[in-house]
Ligand binder design. Sequence first.
Ligand code: WT7
Length: 636
Amino acid sequence: MNYYKIKNLEQYIKAYKKSVNDPEEFWGDIADKNFIWYQKWDKVLHNDMLNGDIKWFVNGKLNMTRNCLDRHLNKRGDKTAIIFEPNDPNEEAQHITYKELHKNVCKMANVLRDNGIKKGDRVCIYLPMIPELPIALLACARVGAIHSVVFAGFSANSLSSRIQDSDCKMLITSDGGYRGNKTIDLKGIADDALKSCPSIETVLVAKRIDSEIHMEEGRDKWLQPLMDDAAEDNVSEIMDAEDPLFILYTSGSTGKPKGMVHTTAGYMVFTAYTFTNVFNYKEDDIYWCTADIGWITGHSYIVYGPLLNGATTVLFEGIPSYPDFGRFWDVIDKHKVTQLYTAPTAIRALAKENLSYVESHDLSSLRVLGSVGEPINEEAWHWYNNNIGKQKCPVVDTWWQTENGGIMISPLPFITPTKPTYATLPLPGIQPVLMNSKRNEIENHHEEGSLCIKFPWPGMARTIWGNHERYMETYFSAFRGKYFSGDGALKDEVGYYRIIGRIDDVIIVSGHNLGTAPIENAINEHPAVAESAIVGYPHDIKGNGLYGYITLKETGEVRDRDNLRREINEHIANHIGPIAKLDKIQFVDALPKTRSGKIMRRILRKIAAGDFDSFGDISTLLNPESVDEIKNGRIA
Ligand code: WT7
């Protein structure tokens, strides 16, 4: 049997069993038959979950971009690799063939080399969704540099702390970016960030909006002239299977963002395998994932997964609401998109608009619909299924995380059934388990527990950059020898998984992972603020909104509350990014605390949600009277 491509239910069952009974043979066979290697591995898996020491394809040698590009050139050289759909629908779309992409990646690789980048160096990428972005990722992979993409919506402060954390030597950015009818001054933000980033030696600047920007003498260089002059020669670094491919930061419940480290071979095998199966990929498909490459979804399912399969992947610069709420449907119609992979928050926002935006476009090219980033509620699921898929396209609700590298739990279109609000079944190679608070495996149907994975898979992050201890503590300490996801889940009577949501202090807002602690730290820096607590509450579009309870310093000065709210949100936007702004701010006299001084978030979450029942016993609180005050002042 060919394990790479699952064709029917029987093969799924067979593959799943094989992957559990003999994981090394299962993944070894897939890696052997579907990729090119300079040298085969000695051993498929080195498995030490107790110490968080996982290696796949031990001593294998390869280059990621040879697999994404070079090996397709004979058969698919003139096939479109990337369709670039600009922000402005009147700007012409670009079709970049595999040959052209290969040439540009080789050129940019040489630009990196000419500017002193060597294997193992870290390169930060802060770019909008333009062709230079995937080309930059691949150029790094070609020379063996570790890319660290920072989402172009993040602030100067977020950018600089990420650059500092991994000592990046180079920054690749642009003069700016388009977002609907606005432009974003990326270079200005980058300049701000670089004031505190001594490790950066060179800044390469792509031109997108043609704005007047400052170019720092000796540090900043326009990218295009360097590309024009660069050699096209075809060298690629020979990488070890376990050499890091990239770092991508994700929020933790406490402390600074975690730089998740993904390595080369395992990530390659896992993203390619999950892409082809979860999206029922076929050679002539036009596949579109609407995420930003700044998130893991974009890394795995705009760039690496599709290119590894020789697919055509759409790179969309714009937003769903520009020039109007029909933009997604227009892009699907225009490019005859076959798979759409998007987020529940986008679906809910578009479902609120008039159906005529959908009906005026031909969506008949669609075959598979995907959802990712947060639980998709029943109503949104049906709207997507009925109005976009016309009940002909399976909706795959894909559960996974930055840490996982690729999709873990998902239906397989036309092979395994879908069920609204359920991510359903694990992919072959993935062994989930639900644990109760006594640290035992849950056997009962419909009992909620902590979602863990009890066996390694090739795409898992190997460590947190510079902090293996934190990696162990975050993922491997709650349940001995198991990976803990931080999510709660349950299983129905046939074994389908339903993801309930985070059980730690991470809040998923519009599909973005936000830690409460970093936001609270930012707020507490405001001179008027004494203390703050952030909780999530149900929000019809974003999934969760952010509700902030804030106590003020007693300065005697009376300040306009609305002004203060604006200032606090501006401060958050500057410190973290606009995505972390609070939807509601309630100023309170005191936060409810336990006698040991811990803020009772459980109660604050209930109040924010308007759920005033069953607070539990509050008499043991340090300040039980605070609860009534907060209840009465709740912002609806
Ligand atoms: C968290 C990971 C990797 C995808 C982008 C988000 C939530 C993700 C689902 C889903 C319910 C989901 C989880 C997870 N999540 N997909 N299909 N159903 N919840 O990556 O930023 O690392 O966030 O997103 O809570 O832990 P991320």
